[in-house]
Ligand binder design. Structure first.
Ligand code: GRF
Length: 200
């Protein structure tokens, strides 16, 4: 399966995917990495291993819709069959999701449906939960609201700061995101409405 990745920032999840891909264990090939930011470290990470990469900065387009159209056109040109969001900081429009007609998945640093949106780790600490974690889910029109593929819990310690909790959750993200991509890419996931079944 041909996998495309969109990322806005440092790309540590992309790097985790690249490592598993290099071992031939991702269930597909990462063929394209796109970003809405020219300075995203994720683009450099792709470049370093010879993956086609491109920035789509908003200022190059008349509207956000045009920017999305350009991204979608480019992903189609690369024959992408699975779109993986890895720290992509824009919410994709309903039009984009309807038009792209391939699975789109995302990772979020909380146990959804708790703490959607930005600063999920800070939200968890401020709420006082004793467990948080991360969630890989299909992307739908809502904010971090699509059907859940994999989740793993991380204990919130009394002394945790946003940074320390983020670091521990990130370690788990780097393990479960490649695993979720492998499951989806190798057809081991059956989705019926909100319920996602992992086939052994
Ligand atoms: C991760 O915490 C991910 O859960 C969230 O954005 C962050 C991206 O980090 N969606 P990185 O760019 O992959 O290092």
């Amino acid at each position: 399966m041909r996998i495309g990745v969109l990322a806005s920032g440092r790309g540590s999840n992309l790097q985790a995917l690249i490592e598993v891909w290099k071992q031939g264990m991702l269930g597909g090939d990462i063929v394209a990495v796109g970003s809405d930011r020219e300075d995203a470290l994720a683009l450099q990470r792709a470049q370093d291993v010879g993956i086609l990469n491109q920035a789509f900065p908003l200022r190059n387009y008349a509207t956000r819709d045009k920017q999305e159209e350009a991204i979608l056109h480019w992903l189609r040109e690369q024959g992408v069959e699975l779109l993986v969001l890895a720290g992509f900081m824009r919410v994709l429009s309903q039009e984009f999701l309807q038009a792209c007609q391939i699975p789109v998945i995302n990772i979020h640093p909380s146990l959804l449906p708790a703490f959607q949106g930005l600063h999920a780790q800070r939200q968890a600490i401020e709420y006082g939960v004793k467990l948080s974690g991360c969630t890989v889910h299909y992307v739908d029109e809502g904010l971090d609201s699509g059907p859940i593929i994999l989740q793993e819990a991380v204990v919130v310690l009394p002394e945790d700061t946003e940074a320390s909790l983020s670091d521990r959750i990130l370690e788990v993200e780097h393990r479960i995101y490649p695993e979720a991509v492998r499951l989806v890419a190798s057809g081991q996931v059956r989705r019926q409405g909100r319920i996602v079944e992992i086939l052994c």
